[in-house]
Each structure stands twice: as structure tokens, then as C-alpha cells.
Ligand binder design. Structure first.
Ligand SMILES: Cc1ncc(COP(=O)(O)O)c(C=O)c1O
Length: 389
């Protein structure tokens, strides 16, 4: 996906009223953890309360909210509900992928340098267990991750495990080009789209990814530890890393659970994490996903693209601070680069002023969302002005 995907989306007005954010807090850190929307908090509280009165929980409730959430997430990535499994974390999802993709000793696993660990450690582990080569594509000087990555994909590549945009600074990877290259050499493509789905369009069918893991607590505005794994239809007869009762055929019949089944529920459901019907988190995730899909991803992207681009330009003109050029950056995501490194007292000064950003690698991430206002941006620049002059 490229920034041109935002065309067609008109910017949205501030949605701050839907969140519990005090006026003096400038939270520009969605890439860290999004605030839970008020509606999701209410839904989550109601869900948690049901556990105090378990007689209100019917067997059907183990299925209804999860299936609604599965469909809401599937719609965001142009998949079918059947293609989606629940994974509490990206590392869990990638463990499922690593458990299923066959690899030969002569092949390699390709990742990006400084990539988020949850899409690295499972592959390092697979490389250690199988003796295949583990390759980390060096950071390109021109921020063109796509060309750099393409130059590493060849006949010996078995698995490509990459993000949709780099978590440190938003550097964009053209997944359709990578998907085409993977197919041409017979490699599997495993994507960590945690820092994009919900804010940047991702069409898993066009990319033709094999597995896509997404944590739910950032751009999906959901609760912690409820995430997703897209599983391409070609892997849906695979072997899950754990075996739980609800993933088996006819698990709706609680009395019949004593009759063990060797068959699974349909599609990717066999990969669902155990106790996936989380009565507190699932309704909260449902409320969050409804908000995101109501706003629509193109409109979210356009709003955030305008916001991050304005911050990038101002940071450059007022302080000489650089960032990944707009054409190579995911529109919703910004990492600021300081000549000579990030001043050591800057994060502390920002936090003292109630301005929240995060430092990852060499970049200071500034990742606003729809709760942000022009005033939040003014607060950021006021601190930069005192800290850098
Ligand atoms: C790119 C990316 N992937 C995944 C995660 C979270 O990983 P996990 O769900 O395995 O804890 C993060 C958290 O910062 C992230 O930035």
C-alpha cells in the first residue's frame, strides 16, 4: 500500500470527546498504546461484570461476540471471517506460522534490521532449530526498504517475515511488490501489521500474504492481549500450536464435549488461542473495531497524514529535524531524527509537560490519532523550542 491509498478519504474532525483524555494531556503516542475509547471501556466493564454473575453467561455467548469481532477485523483487511484467528500477541501468531511453514536446510529466512522482536525471535528460533540461514536486511540509507528487501529475495528464500511499516519511524514496505517477489520464488510471506492495520489500508488478498499478525491495542484502539492472525486459506488445514476444546468441531454442544473430535471448527478457527471468548476484552474490542470501521481507514489515514506531514515540515523548518520522506513513509506514522542524536533530557522534558511520544531506535516517534488537536501539536513544539534553543 502506498500513501496514494488515502485518496478518497476526507479528513475527520477531532474525536477527542470519545476518549477520556484530560485537556492538558497531549498524547501523541498511538504507536505505543492507544487510549481505550469510552464506549469500549463501558462495554468491557459490562463484560467483566458478567463474570460476577455467571448465570448470565450462556453457552452461545462463548461464540457470538467472538464471531462478530472476527468479521469486523476481517472486513478491515479484505479477508473473510473464516480467515481470522484470535492470537493474544503477534509472537503467538508468528509461533503458529513458524510451526506450519516447511523450510529446507538450504533456504533462508529474511527479516529487516531493527524490526519489532515479535516477528524476529520466532524466526531466529526456527533458524536455530533447522539450521537455515537467518538474514537481516540492513537499514537502507535512502529509506527505500522495499528495494533493499527485494534485493535479498531470491531462489534460496524460504520465508520473508516483515512489517507493513517500520515501527521506529514509519518507513513503508510495499507489500504488494514483496508478495509478488515471494510468489515468484516460492517463499512464504509473514507480515506483522500491528503498526498499520486500522490506520493504513491493507488488502491481504492483493498482497497474498501467508500469515498476518496484528496486535489489537494500538491502531485498532482495542484492549491489551486481544489480537488477530490472518491465515491464508492455503494454511487453514494446518496444525495449531495448542489444542483447545472450542476450536474443535461441534464445540457449541457443551454436553457433547466428552465426545472428543478429531475435526476442527472451520477456516482459521483451529488457530484460535485457548479461552478466546474473553468476556471482558471481547466486547471492548468489538466496540473499538466498530468505531474504526465507522470512521473508515481511508479517512483516518488522510486525517493522520495531514497531521504528521505538518509536524514533519515544521520540525524541519524550525529545528532542522528530519524524518523519512513522505513518499517512503506510512502516512499515519512519523519518527523524528535529530542530528547528533535525541537530546538525552528531551523525553523527560516532554513528559514533564504532559506531551507523550516515544523513542525507538534512533527515532522519536510522534504518532497522533483522531483524539489529537492543534493544541497538542503546539504543546509539542513549545517543548522542542525550549529544549533545543
Ligand atoms: C510492530 C509491532 N509488533 C508487535 C508489537 C507487540 O507485540 P506482541 O503482540 O507480540 O507483544 C508491537 C509493540 O510495540 C509492535 O510495535
Amino acid at each position: 500500500m502506498t500513501n496514494s491509498d488515502s485518496i478518497g478519504g476526507s479528513p475527520l474532525p477531532s474525536q477527542r470527546h470519545l476518549f477520556e483524555i484530560p485537556d492538558d494531556v497531549a498524547f501523541l503516542n498511538c504507536a505505543y498504546i492507544s487510549p481505550l475509547p469510552k464506549a469500549s471501556l463501558i462495554a468491557g466493564n459490562q463484560g467483566l461484570r458478567r463474570k460476577a454473575q455467571p448465570w448470565t453467561i450462556a453457552p452461545a455467548d462463548f461464540f457470538t461476540s467472538s464471531e462478530a469481532v472476527r468479521k469486523l477485523f476481517a472486513d478491515l483487511v479484505n479477508a473473510q471471517a473464516d480467515d481470522i484467528a484470535f492470537a493474544p500477541s503477534v509472537s503467538y501468531g508468528m509461533a503458529q506460522a513458524a510451526h506450519n511453514i516447511p523450510i529446507r536446510k538450504t533456504q533462508s529466512i529474511v527479516t529487516l534490521s531493527e524490526q519489532f522482536p515479535s516477528n524476529v525471535y520466532p524466526w531466529m528460533d526456527l533458524a536455530e532449530r533447522t539450521g537455515v540461514a537467518f538474514v537481516s536486511v540492513p537499514r537502507p540509507g535512502d529509506d527505500d526498504w522495499t528495494s533493499a528487501l527485494l534485493s535479498f529475495i531470491d531462489g534460496s528464500t524460504g520465508i520473508v517475515a516483515v512489517p507493513h511499516c517500520h515501527w521506529t519511524d514509519g518507513g513503508l514496505i510495499d507489500l504488494e511488490a514483496i508478495g509478488t517477489a515471494c510468489r515468484s520464488v516460492g517463499a512464504a510471506l509473514c507480515v506483522d501489521a500491528t503498526q498499520s492495520v486500522g490506520a493504513l489500508p491493507l488488502d491481504v488478498k492483493r498482497v497474498d500474504a501467508d500469515f498476518v499478525g496484528v496486535a489489537g491495542y494500538k491502531w485498532l484502539l482495542g484492549p491489551y492481549s486481544l489480537g488477530f492472525l490472518y491465515v491464508a486459506p492455503r494454511w487453514q488445514r494446518g496444525r495449531p500450536i495448542e489444542h483447545n476444546w472450542i476450536a474443535r468441531k461441534d464445540s457449541e454442544d457443551f454436553a457433547g464435549l466428552v465426545n472428543y473430535s478429531h475435526e476442527f471448527q472451520g477456516g482459521a478457527r483451529r488457530f484460535d488461542v485457548g479461552e478466546r471468548s474473553n468476556f471482558a476484552l471481547m466486547p471492548a474490542a468489538e466496540a473499538s473495531l466498530k468505531l474504526v470501521s465507522g470512521w473508515t481507514v481511508p479517512r483516518i489515514l488522510e486525517t493522520l497524514r495531514l497531521r504528521t506531514e505538518a509536524i514533519a515540515q515544521r520540525a524541519r523548518s524550525e529545528f532542522g529535524i528530519t524524518s523519512v520522506p513522505a513518499r517512503r513513509r506510512a502516512g499515519h506514522y512519523l519518527g523524528l531524527r535529530f542530528t547528533g542524536g535525541i537530546p538525552s533530557d528531551l523525553p523527560m522534558r516532554l513528559a514533564a509537560a504532559n506531551v507523550y511520544v516515544s523513542v525507538r531506535g534512533q527515532a522519536m516517534r510522534v504518532t497522533p490519532h483522531l483524539w489529537n488537536t492543534d493544541d497538542d501539536v503546539e504543546k509539542l513544539f513549545a517543548v522542542l523550542k525550549t529544549a533545543l534553543s
